[in-house]
Design a protein around this ligand. Sequence first.
Ligand code: HEC
Length: 102
Amino acid sequence: MKRSMMLCMLATALASTSAMANADLAKAKNCMACHAVANKLVGPAFKDVAAKYAGQKDAEDKLVTKVMKGGSGAWGAVPMPANPQVNEAEARTLVKWVLSQK
Ligand code: HEC
């Protein structure tokens, strides 16, 4: 158990330093069905999301909740559905990656 926790933390640490791993996670979790890094698709471009929330300390927590539960109104009338396929740790990894897009 301890060992698998360690491995898990290590994997998260590696994932947060590797843009590729995060892009793969976003693909695996179906985010890229509606999002692209540089262009608006159904949802906003991840670059635009990063620009909008740059410098906002509470943005990460807010977006983690939004990714998991879905919501609308920040970018337009089209809602993002809830994404029950991501747990909180995965949502946080993805949001950190989204917010690091420039
Ligand atoms: C079915 C299409 C769809 C999928 C799948 C989807 N999104 Fe979205 N996403 C949207 C739409 C539409 C919006 C804009 C919502 C709004 O205007 O508030 C959005 C908004 C966002 C935002 C910005 C939220 C805000 O309040 O500014 C983030 C971050 C985001 N998505 C990340 C993700 C991640 C990570 C995943 C994968 C787990 C994902 N999305 C999957 C459609 C989708």
